[in-house]
Design a protein around this ligand. Structure first.
Ligand code: FAD
Length: 623
């Protein structure tokens, strides 16, 4: 039976990618259906209840700058906020929030329920309707058919999901949820390259059985950070602390003694796990010389007795999990509420995707989130937003939204995936971006909000707040540029004690802020030079724009230079072995990957700038 209404966009899956995808296309005014297994688990955090961190926090701010939900929900659900790398430069500073799992779900559900053009339906999607290599709809478990112009699949770890605890395993999408078997089989029959990955999660502990006196307390930051550009500190719920403890030699011995029953070390699990979020058995194996690993003891929520011990993800048998947990300081009497487990699932090679996240083989079908080989809520949310927006743009017959590597971490993420693919769960790091100085958390709105507004992703309230902030920055910068201080000026007397070298000639206020010992807030606190602008985010921008102007200009020059060759085409039948000077390794990599452009060639790991110069010279010679 066909459902009576036809949709423009159907999003399958209500996780982090799915909710952002559905909200994005609905915000853009197209008729959207969000079809998910269980409406109660919309926005469910499958693993640790935390959002943000280095690289990931940048993605959250970008989702927010494009009108997405993740940062808004985090402000409503965060119970411990921190700014990481706060003593370092603004490019690598990142916000992280411990979230109340249930408040987060409630916040996402609330945003979804208030979004016009968005319809919810609870059922499993078991099949796709494909005609002449174009997707036309989906079929649910009970045989109900939904027609649509485009479909976005965001089914996470559910495709052919197998859960492992020790040598036991069973089918599951994540603990407590069914896997997607029928859909996995359908997708495997399509011409996409498919492989298996794995991820894992630690046992959850009963807070009442832990001894916090033996652990180190880790309170949140003061002043309290806010994640969304539209957020306020007053949005945050009550704040509580996290704690830190460590594994020890005994823990490691217990783990080693259980490796013969570990699904990872006995070859039962074939999928590759996340290198940067390894299981504890992986850690003691890879870092054999370390006799201790840190564990962050994170509360799951304000009204929950569950604790997430971040750092001891494991799929060892339950008896080993029990002993290893109890060997840890503060966990001596710990009760395990939920055992840790690993999950293996299908993912599709993201090189089979266009930069819009539309699949290369089936028109109108988009993939976003963990299905593309990534790991993490933030990576999923960012892809979801882009896929949802591009599905809507295709329906509207408008140009796609593709963000370049120098414009956004989302651009880096999608470019990395679609040009290089991934062999292990991909997570974002600031080191993956070559233009870090431009891609800061604090300027995500500068980079993206106007783009979002242009295509309908950004609502009037956000747009008005953004413009107000821009105007305030502009006015203040003009004032600082055009206000001059003479050494004999009365206010200079108050300023000189704060300077390493007192003023010897006239300087603009902007020049003075550039001095390393001076800040915008220090300067504007002096009578006659202030007051500082009220909007704290705008004040921060004024300071960063002035202090880093030189570096930022240099990076922009570099971008302009590299863009010159970004789209230079490389013939698909190019014989790289004929280029003298290229190493065998470079020839092999180029021959295997066959990049379409010089831009893509530069991003293949191991392809050096020198190799690119040789390629350019060769292309020039060929005319
Ligand atoms: P999900 O959040 O998994 O959402 C998928 C949604 O699709 C769900 O709502 C599901 O019900 C729905 N769905 C699935 N199939 C169908 C269907 N056929 N029809 C209808 N609906 C369907 N990330 C980290 O960053 N670090 C970690 O250490 C980490 N560990 C993890 C451990 C485990 C055990 C799991 C399960 C995940 C872990 N993650 C970790 C990953 C993180 O949870 C995901 O990256 C993130 O949730 C992916 O978002 P997503 O939207 O792609 O998928």
């Amino acid at each position: 039976m066909f459902y009576q209404q036809e949709f423009d966009v159907i999003v399958v899956g209500g996780g982090h990618a799915g909710t952002e995808a559905a909200l994005a296309s609905a915000r853009m005014g197209v008729n959207t259906l969000l079809l998910t297994h269980n409406v109660e688990t919309l926005g469910q955090m499958s693993c640790n209840p935390a959002i943000g961190g280095i690289g990931k926090g940048h993605l959250v701010k970008e989702i927010d700058a494009l009108g997405g939900a993740m940062a808004l929900a985090t402000d409503k659900a965060g119970i411990q906020f921190r700014t990481l790398n706060s003593s370092k430069g603004p490019a690598v500073r990142a916000t992280r929030a411990q979230a109340d799992r249930s408040l987060y779900r409630t916040a996402i559900r609330n945003i979804i329920e208030h979004q016009p053009n968005l319809t919810l339906f609870q059922q499993s999607c078991d099949d796709l309707i494909v005609e002449n290599d174009r997707v036309c709809g989906v079929v649910t478990q009970m045989g109900l058919k939904f027609k649509a112009k485009t479909v976005v699949l965001t089914v996470g770890t559910f495709l052919g999901g197998t859960i492992h605890i020790g040598m036991e395993n069973y089918k599951g999408g994540r603990a407590g949820d069914p896997p997607s078997i029928a859909l996995a089989e359908r997708l495997r029959a399509l011409p996409f390259r498919v492989d298996r990955l794995k991820t894992g999660t630690p046992a959850r502990l009963d807070s009442r059985t832990l001894n916090y006196d033996l652990m180190q307390e880790q309170p949140g930051d003061t002043p309290l950070p806010v994640v969304s550009f539209m957020g306020k500190v007053e949005d945050h719920p009550r704040q509580i602390s996290c704690y830190i403890t460590h594994t020890n030699e005994r823990t490691h011995d217990i783990i080693r003694s259980g490796l013969d029953r570990s699904p990872m070390y006995t070859g039962v699990i074939e999928g590759v796990g996340p290198r940067y979020c390894p299981s504890i058995e992986d850690k003691i194996n890879r870092f054999a010389d370390k006799n201790s690993h840190q564990i962050f003891v994170e509360p799951e929520g304000l009204n929950s007795i569950e604790i997430y011990p971040n750092g001891i993800s494991t799929s060892l048998p339950f008896d080993v999990q029990f002993d290893l947990v109890r060997s840890i300081k503060g966990f001596e009497n710990a009760h395990i509420i939920r055992p840790g487990y690993a999950i293996e699932y299908d993912f599709f090679d993201p090189r089979d995707l266009k930069q819009t996240l539309e699949t290369k083989f089936i028109e109108g079908l988009f993939f976003a989130g963990q299905i593309n080989g990534t790991t993490g809520y933030e990576e999923a949310g960012a892809q979801g937003l882009l896929a949802g927006a591009n599905a809507a743009l295709q329906v509207q017959q408008k140009d796609p939204l593709v963000l370049r590597r120098d414009e956004a971490y989302v651009g880096v993420l999608i470019d990395d995936l679609s040009s290089m693919g991934t062999k292990e769960p991909y997570r974002m790091f600031t080191s993956r971006a070559e233009y870090r100085l431009l891609l800061r958390e604090d300027n995500a709105d500068f980079r993206l909000t106007a783009k979002g507004r242009e295509i309908g992703l950004v609502d009037d309230a956000r747009w008005a707040a953004f413009n107000q902030k821009m105007d305030a920055i502009e006015l203040e910068r003009q004032r600082l540029k055009s206000t001059w201080v003479h050494p004999k000026h009365a206010a200079a007397e108050k300023l000189n004690p704060l300077l390493k070298n007192p003023l010897s000639r006239e300087h603009s206020l902007e020049d003075i802020i550039r001095r390393p010992e001076m800040t915008y807030l220090k300067l504007t606190s002096i009578d006659g030079f202030g007051p500082a602008i009220e909007n704290a985010q705008a004040a921060e921008q004024v300071e960063i724009q002035i202090k880093y102007a030189g570096y930022i200009e240099r990076q922009k020059d570099e971008i302009a230079k590299s863009l010159r060759h970004e789209n230079t085409l490389l013939p698909m039948d190019f014989d790289y072995s004929t280029i003298s000077g290229l190493s065998n390794e470079v020839v092999a990599k180029l021959t295997e990957t066959r990049p379409e452009t010089i831009g893509k060639a530069t991003r293949i790991s191991g392809i050096t700038p020198a190799a690119i110069s040789l390629l350019l010279v060769h292309l020039k010679k060929q005319g």
